[in-house]
Design a binder for this molecule. Sequence first.
Ligand code: NAD
Ligand code: DAU
Length: 367
Amino acid sequence: MQDLLLPGTERVLVTGGAGFIGGALVRRLLRDTCATVFNLDKLGYASDLISIELTLAELGSAAQGRHQLLRVDLANAEATGAAVRQADPDLVFHLAAESHVDRSIDEPGAFIESNVTGTFHLLQAVRAHWEQLPQERREQFRFHHISTDEVFGSLGPMGRFSETTPYDPRSPYSASKAGSDHLVQAWHHTYGLPVVLTNCSNNYGPWQFPEKLIPVVIHKAVAGEPIPLYGDGQNVRDWLYVEDHVEALLLAASRGQLGRSYCVGGHGERTNKEVVAAICSALDSLLPTGAPHRRLITQVTDRPGHDRRYAIDPTLISMEVGWQPRYSFEEGLAATVHWYLEQQDWCRQVREQAGYSGGRLGVLAPS
Ligand code: NAD
Ligand code: DAU
C-alpha cells in the first residue's frame, strides 16, 4: 500500500483537500496508503467534506486520526506558517486555488490573493520547514504544485500543449495560475526547494461543485431548464476523469524529476457541443420522460476572452513517470451522469450553502 508514496512518507499535507480534485486525492491517500493527511483548506464556497467523512466512516479504525483538517486561508501568512509547522510534512500537494474562470472574470482580486499571494505564503512556510528537516527527511521531501493547461493559452485547430509550450495565459484565472507556477519554479531554482509541477487538462467526475460545464449541464437538463452553451459551442476541451488525474499526481510526486513540469491529459478532446450532446443522450436513456433533452440546449453570449481549444500531449509523463489514463471519456461520463442523478440532494445542499442559484457568471456589463 505505502509504495504509492516514497519510502518514509508518513505525513502528507494537501492544500485544497476540501475541493473537487483535492478531495479525490485525500480519499485515495486514506484508502491506499498509511499516511496521515493534513488537509489545509479555507473551506470556501466550493468546499465540501462529506465525501471524506464517508470514506473515513467506511475505513473505520484503519483511518482513525489519519485525516486532520487545518482550516486556514493561505492569504494569511502567519496562519499558513503555523499550519505547515503543525503538519510537519514529508510531502506537500498544493491544490488550493480559486478555480473557476467565470468567477475570475467577475472577481479577479480573489484569484490573485489565493493563487498568487497564497502560493507565495505557502512556499515561504514550506521552505522554512524543509530547511530545518534532518538530512534524510530533507532528501525525500517533495513539494508538488498542481496547475492547469490554461497557462499555455489557446490553440488553433492543430497542435497540442507540451512542457515546452510557452506560457500565454489569457484569463485572470490562468494568469494567476501561471504566476503561481513561476513562483514555484523560482523557489526551486533560487532556494533549491525540491518541486514537481503538473499542468492538467479539464477534470470531471463525482463531487465537483455544480458550476462547471458537466455538472451544470446535468443539473439544467434534469430540471428541464435551458442548457447554456457559450458562443458557437465549438470550443474544445481535453477531458480527464478525476481519478486518472489523482493517479498522475501520485506517480509524478514519487517518480517525477525535480524541477520538472509534466503535462497531464487523456486524449479526451471534445467540442462543448459534443459534450453537451453526449450528456443529453445519456439522460434520454436514464430519464426517458424528459427526452429529448437536447431540445433544452440554448446558445448564450460567449465567455469574454474564451480560449478556443486546449489539448495535451502527455508523452513525457507517460515515458518518464509511467502514467496512463484508465478511463475513456465515455466510461467516465457515464459514471459521472449516474453519480449526479443519484446525488441531486448533495447538489442542492452545496449550492444553497454557497449561495449559488445556478445563474450565469462571468458576463461583462454592456459598456
Ligand atoms: P475547487 O474549486 O473544487 O477546490 C479548490 C479548493 O481550494 C477549495 O476547497 C477552496 O476552499 C480551496 N482554497 C481556495 N483558495 C484557498 C485559500 N486561499 N486558502 C486555502 N484554501 C483555499 O478546485 P479543483 O477543481 O479541485 O482544482 C484544484 C486545483 O487543481 C486548482 O489548483 C486548479 O487550478 C487545478 N486544476 C483544476 C482542473 C479542473 O479541471 N478542475 C484542471 C487542472 C488543474
Ligand atoms: O483546462 C483546465 C481547466 O478546466 C481548470 O484549470 C479549471 O479550474 C477548470 O474550471 C476548467 O476550466 P474551463 O473554463 O475549461 O471549464 P468550464 O467547465 O468552466 O468550461 C468548460 C467549457 O464549457 C468552456 O469552453 C466554457 C463552456 N461552458 C461552461 C459553462 C459553465 C459552457 O458552454 N456553458 C457553461 O454553462
